[in-house]
Design a protein around this ligand. Structure first.
Ligand code: SF4
Length: 206
């Protein structure tokens, strides 16, 4: 069995129909939640966003928000100075350039403040159902441990795109995120009985 097939089939046995753990009702809420999730757990973001979206339900509302008020709400998510700046600026751009709608193409998404490659790919995959692989810290770490070696997230994304069928990209993202979050953790991964012991490069060098 090819390595890519093994990775997909074993991960599918562990996680049935994986999906994004962020809670959102529309793509504006999704993009805000993904911005907040940098260096923060989805659980904490989900505890924070209800208040944010209740107070600022639309891009226009958030574009006109006072920064200190936004900081007060998002403080638990950390990096609140940068994140508040990004949320307000990206909302302004949505209003001014995109009619208040979250755009559905990569170049427009990364033109928004605080939106990088990973956030854009999550929005494309989760919000618009497009085939995209978002490489976050979990995807990067797990891929490298599984022998898909890369020096940076862009190289990792390109290697995953080559190895896996396009139709599986979004699902693969979730599978690797969940595997990294709950099994192949950065510190003390649960290696006992791991189905990837034969291909894992990390375990062998421990
Ligand atoms: S053996 Fe350990 S380090 Fe390797 S993939 Fe499994 S959990 Fe991760």
């Amino acid at each position: 069995m090819e390595k890519s097939d093994k990775i997909l089939s074993e991960l599918r046995k562990i996680f049935n129909k994986p999906k994004c753990e962020l809670v959102f009702e529309n793509n504006f809420q999704l993009i805000c939640a993904v911005v907040l999730s940098a260096q923060c757990t989805d659980k904490r973001v989900n505890l924070t966003t209800p208040k944010l979206f209740e107070r600022y339900p639309t891009p226009k509302d958030l574009a006109n928000a006072k920064r200190e008020d936004v900081i007060e709400i998002i403080r638990p998510c950390g990096f609140f100075n940068n994140k508040s700046k990004s949320l307000i600026s990206l909302s302004k751009s949505l209003v001014e350039k995109f009619d208040g709608e979250v755009p559905n193409d990569y170049d427009s998404l990364v033109s928004l403040a605080g939106v990088g490659r990973k956030t854009a790919n999550v929005v494309l995959a989760v919000g618009f159902g497009q085939d995209a692989i978002a490489v976050d810290t979990h995807v990067f770490r797990v891929s490298n441990r599984l022998g898909i070696k890369s020096k940076n997230v862009l190289e990792c994304e390109e290697k995953l795109q080559k190895l896996f069928n396009k139709k599986d990209w979004s699902e693969l993202h979730y599978l690797l995120v969940l595997f990294g979050r709950y099994h192949c953790k950065a510190i003390k991964p649960k290696c006992e009985n791991c189905k990837f012991l034969d291909i894992c490069t990390f375990h062998k060098i421990k």
